[in-house]
Design a binder for this molecule. Structure first.
Ligand SMILES: *[C@@H]1O[C@H](CO)[C@@H](O)[C@H](O)[C@H]1NC(C)=O
Ligand SMILES: *[C@@H]1O[C@H](CO)[C@@H](O)[C@H](O)[C@H]1NC(C)=O
Ligand SMILES: *[C@@H]1O[C@H](CO)[C@@H](O)[C@H](O)[C@H]1NC(C)=O
Length: 265
């Protein structure tokens, strides 16, 4: 007891843990899962593997209203980069998450505290849909983190925000299989979470790492599942790396996704 107290003091002093920053899940009312690859993880403001630290006003923290489930499965005040302890092999920057949450608070003041559950992994080569199937590391992490988030039944899992598919545009076989693989993965997830009608917001990719972008886009717009909505990323500006959405694009995307979330009851 005394020992752990001293440890906490030391860690706090070292700036590693701030007790005031750790929340209990009973405070969280509306839970959103963020999954996919690098553009969901966030690379806005990353140049030459360094994040410039610039957080636009639309993505600013709001530590009593917007929390994040960290890698240690604790709720902490959320701030960009939301995925920094999840997408650990990449340099993370600004993604759509904080702009999404701030915009939801504006449009639905009764929503209560928002809990974000970052699960996206972009890493080096990005992640393909086949790496997200039931039984994979990414899938298991997604389920584990979501269950932990809803832990004591206090918060409601409102939606899964999914932005992935760029890595499936390289090989025509992947592109052709995309629709079935994503549908299967979403069906498994809804079954494993016992949320058969979990809302899913899919971001349609606008370009990708290969030539089969339109095959993947068509799949995303044609998903034969209930309660799936599509937000189109087409036209959003890319960063100077030409590979990722810029910070302003991520802000815009977060706001577009928020519009797809129905008001809380
Ligand atoms: C990034 O790296 C390239 C190549 O090393 C260099 O030319 C460029 O100036 C760097 N950009 C910034 C913003 O540091
Ligand atoms: C990070 O890289 C290590 C070593 O290659 C690997 O074992 C691990 O799975 C990677 N983690 C993520 C989240 O990409
Ligand atoms: C990020 O999204 C943009 C816009 O859809 C796309 O052009 C790019 O290929 C994506 N980047 C990666 C690494 O998937």
């Amino acid at each position: 007891m005394m020992f752990s107290f001293i440890w906490l003091l030391i860690l706090t002093y070292a700036g590693l843990v701030s007790p005031a920053d750790v929340y209990s899940s009973s405070q969280v009312r509306s839970i959103f899962i963020l999954a996919g690859q690098s553009n969901m993880s966030g690379r806005g403001g990353v140049v030459n593997n360094t994040w410039n630290g610039v957080v636009p006003i639309q993505s600013k923290p709001n530590p009593t209203k917007i929390l994040r489930l960290n890698a240690g499965l604790k709720w902490v005040g959320a701030q960009e980069p939301l995925h920094k302890d999840i997408d650990v092999n990449a340099t993370c920057g600004v993604g759509p998450g904080m702009a999404f949450a701030n915009s939801l608070l504006n449009q639905d003041p009764r929503i209560g505290t928002i809990g974000l559950v970052p699960c996206a992994v972009g890493s080096y080569m990005g992640t393909k849909i086949s790496q997200w199937g039931r039984g994979t590391f990414l899938y298991r992490q997604l389920v584990r983190r979501t269950r932990a988030a809803a832990g004591d039944n206090m918060g409601k899992i409102r939606a899964l925000l999914w932005y992935q598919g760029e890595s499936d545009t390289k090989d025509p076989r992947d592109a052709v299989m995309y629709k079935r693989r994503l549908e299967r993965m979403l069906n498994s997830l809804r079954a494993d979470l016992q949320l058969p009608s979990l809302q899913v917001v899919v971001v349609a990719i606008t370009s990708g790492q290969g030539p089969y972008v339109n095959v993947v886009r068509t799949a995303q717009f044609g998903l034969q599942l209930p309660n799936v909505m599509v937000v189109d990323a087409k036209g959003l500006p890319l960063s100077p790396d030409n590979l990722h959405l810029s910070t302003p694009a991520q802000v815009r995307l977060g706001e577009m996704i928020a519009k797809k979330i129905p008001p809380s009851d």
